[in-house]
Design a protein around this ligand. Sequence first.
Ligand SMILES: Nc1nc2c(c(=O)[nH]1)N[C@H]1C(S)=C(S)[C@@H](COP(=O)(O)OP(=O)(O)OC[C@H]3O[C@@H](n4cnc5c(=O)[nH]c(N)nc54)[C@H](O)[C@@H]3O)O[C@H]1N2
Ligand SMILES: Nc1nc2c(c(=O)[nH]1)N[C@H]1C(S)=C(S)[C@@H](COP(=O)(O)OP(=O)(O)OC[C@H]3O[C@@H](n4cnc5c(=O)[nH]c(N)nc54)[C@H](O)[C@@H]3O)O[C@H]1N2
Ligand code: SF4
Ligand SMILES: [Mo]
Length: 681
Amino acid sequence: MSVETVLGTCHHDCPDTCGWIATVEDGIAVKLRGNPAHPYSRGELCPKVNRFLHRVYSPDRLLQPLIRSGPKGAGLFEPVSWNAALDRVAEMVREIVAIWGGEAVLPWWDAGTQGLIQMSSLDRRFFGRLGASRLVGSLCGGTAGAGTAATNGTGLAADPMSIRFSKLILLWATNTKLTNRHLWPFIEEAKANGAEVVVIDPIRTSTAQAADWFIQPLPGTDVALMLAMMNVLIRDDLVDSEYVEDYTVGYEELADRVAGWPPERAADACGVPALEIERLAHAYGAKRPAMIRTLIGAEHHENGAMFFRTLACLPALTGSWRDRGGGLARSVGSWADRNVDDAVFDWPGSASRRTINMNHLGRALTDSNLDPPVKALFVWNGNPAVTVPNAAAIRQGLEREDLFTVVSEQFMTDTARFADVVFPATTQLEQVDLVPSWGHLYLGWNEPAIEPLGEAVPNTELWRRLSRAMGFTETELFEGDESLISSALTGVNLETLRADGFVRVDVPEDLRPYANGSFGTPHGKVELFSRTLAESGHDPLPDFIPARESPAGDPDLAARYPLVLLTPKHHTRFLNSSYSHLPKHGPVEGGPFVELDPSNAQERSIGEGDLLEIWNDRARLRLPARITNRLRPGVVAVPFGWWSDHHGGRATANSLTNDTLTDWGGGVAYSDTLVEIGKVG
Ligand SMILES: Nc1nc2c(c(=O)[nH]1)N[C@H]1C(S)=C(S)[C@@H](COP(=O)(O)OP(=O)(O)OC[C@H]3O[C@@H](n4cnc5c(=O)[nH]c(N)nc54)[C@H](O)[C@@H]3O)O[C@H]1N2
Ligand SMILES: Nc1nc2c(c(=O)[nH]1)N[C@H]1C(S)=C(S)[C@@H](COP(=O)(O)OP(=O)(O)OC[C@H]3O[C@@H](n4cnc5c(=O)[nH]c(N)nc54)[C@H](O)[C@@H]3O)O[C@H]1N2
Ligand code: SF4
Ligand SMILES: [Mo]
């Protein structure tokens, strides 16, 4: 018997990017565990990926190409040969391009794998060569990055691992214990050294329960809270005036603006008592090092970019960037650009093509004025029928008889059910990749541990095969995987990386990016006042404007739909929609439900477990009630990630959600959703 161990890296869209070790016996992976040598994940995986081999070897894996044999969405398919499937796609795409032009083809992809080449590499060349429409916007992180950059000039942020040196930790709109679990031990280390942990979240999450202090604003109102914090910091002389003098612009204008936001005014807007706001501002102004930790929870609001733009002003006022364990820690993905340049995958001329925001997939598929209309859709690394807001419009679009849909997947997802052709995709155990991380400063290597199952292929191989089927001949379209990886890397020794499984991004151990200014703005200073924002039609200063779809934003709408709906990540065994259908995941988590406060339940005579209807103009869902003390009155929650089958074959959480784009950054405001609920029968 041959036994070997193979080093790899988790590919999931998760900040932790854990290192793993697969044990392979006679070509079959029999064990997957964390790599103890990995400096960040330190030998642990998670409740999802501890069961990854069940996913890889699931009897439900798609292992052959399929062609639709029933009505769209029915999930009826017949297996066909790769050649037959490729020929069908090539024939349809040629016809569509001949009649409608290349822009009638739309690629849609997300971060189902965030590996460098399997997330997005040869697809850019393939669709560039075709002249297809270009997908823009972001379901995750784009708004947070753009908001932060409006203040700091770039999205570059503090090293999350330096949180171990902090004395005050503000976990602001992030559910660390669930979504970023490998950071928690570093927070515990700080706590053991006396740090205070504050959680700011509209939901009393498991992270909030583990905190020293929990602050519960109404959803989408934090900017008011921040404005009042700055009011107090300035009023009570808690500003680092030297830092402000040397490294910021617009302090006077900002001071003027926040003077209009005393804690009492903010309290009215955000529902946090004025005294608590004062206390928070005082703690933030006095304790050092003070780290603000956030990921993407607060970006999904109509004022999502403004949240991050305003948040980034706080460490500049207190000079907290000077401290190891201070500043603002969010995605560190852009630090990886020191060693990784994915622009090498671009295709010349693509930049001029028509763009479609990925969050508006439903609108694009159903817009009769779109010229040219979307006639062919390719989806990989994502399950938009479940994960994109206003999903009812997406389903309506996917049902179009004149739309040709191609999906590359590991499983028959809600999206894949609507495909005309499905291609089987490999898992991370079956493909080579390099995985940059947005949660820590290590690049991970992923050596394939086993041969591809059945006829599944990595995404890169799919694009090579499609290029061949289309009769394209440019050599760039056929570049091999290892060559793609090495062409994008600089300053990394591939042999060492392969042997170790990870390498630190080329940044100092003590990374304090803005201790001495050096912000990414043209003058190197923090823009408390932003001329760039003014020029693009935004308020140059932080300000709080309630979302249109919120109780304060549209009283008429709120009269019909008085409850704010949050649809958060909730389950330890789910990664977005990726695991809810698997036997060791979905059934263990129970099923979807509506969570609400006892007062809202009482008003409507709702008891625990009652079947509820939850609805707005977009959709209606039926789910059992779960009455808890985790939400404020007026806020309800439905967990995200369940497929339509789990909802009785109907709408999912995102059928209800708002697809208004964020103020800037190209994201989407699914957390500004209003609904009503009532007991069925
Ligand atoms: N178990 C598990 N882990 C995951 C995932 C998963 O699906 N399951 N998904 C992964 C992915 S793709 C990502 S991007 C990360 C995301 O990681 P996080 O950003 O930590 O996760 P979210 O749950 O999206 O949002 C965090 C919190 O933001 C809160 N929030 C929403 N609106 C507001 C607001 O207006 N103000 C404040 N203060 N808080 C608000 C929500 O209540 C939620 O508790 O998690 C990753 N990790
Ligand atoms: N209401 C609501 N909506 C949300 C969120 C929320 O909290 N609430 N979270 C948002 C966030 S943060 C995110 S990141 C998005 C996630 O949205 P999606 O990216 O659509 O997330 P997943 O459901 O994980 O779908 C990933 C799919 O990629 C497939 N896949 C994985 N690896 C490969 C591969 O190598 N090749 C191919 N071809 N396929 C592969 C998986 O099988 C899976 O079906 O959802 C967003 N939508
Ligand atoms: S999903 Fe996240 S926590 Fe789990 S193994 Fe992958 S990177 Fe680690
Ligand atoms: Mo995400």
